[in-house]
Design a binder for this molecule. Structure first.
Ligand code: INI
Length: 154
């Protein structure tokens, strides 16, 4: 019989770090709320959650690397919001945030999740940070729980 291994949503006893950018705070604060609600609903204790604030999405991988190095977490979530402007700045920030977060997940032995909104306009960012299941922070936290519980089984 083929063995199928997958994670679940029982996060009791697991420890999570969240790195959230302050840029576009009116969006990222809602992503953070969505993520923390999802963690708590899944059984994570307040003492097992740490939130780190950074200036912008560009800095998310940098602080996430420090958390990865600490060895104190079962998974790390990076949250941010980059809204396309008139310049190529958008592409540089998005590329670095996604590349950096992805690389950490490969370099460290814990999952590192990408919860950075990269949108064309404010409307799209608002639609993905509301108080429902489409909240990207919530979605990313649930993915972090699934991956952290999966890693326990691998
Ligand atoms: N940072 C963001 O998180 N979102 C943005 O939309 C954004 N824009 O538009 O410039 C942004 N810039 C700041 C950047 O992330 C760094 O903090 C800054 O370049 C210093 O390194």
């Amino acid at each position: 019989m083929v063995e199928i291994i997958e994670g679940d949503q029982n996060a009791q006893g697991l420890r999570f770090g969240v790195v959230v950018s302050r840029f576009n705070d009116f969006i990222t604060s809602n992503l953070l709320t969505g993520a923390l609600d999802a963690f708590k609903e899944s059984g994570v204790a307040d003492d097992d959650l740490k939130v780190v604030r950074v200036p912008g999405a560009f800095e998310v991988p940098q602080a996430a690397k420090k958390l990865c190095s600490s060895g104190s977490f079962d998974a790390i979530v990076g949250l941010g919001c980059v809204i396309r402007g008139e310049t190529s700045h958008f592409d540089y920030i998005c590329n670095e945030a996604s590349r950096g977060i992805g690389q950490l997940g490969l370099d460290f032995n814990i999952p590192v999740l990408f919860g950075v909104l990269t949108t064309e306009n404010l409307e799209q960012a608002v639609a993905r940070s509301g108080p429902d299941s489409s909240n990207k922070g919530r979605e990313t936290a649930l993915a972090a729980i699934e991956m952290a519980t999966l890693y326990k089984k691998l």
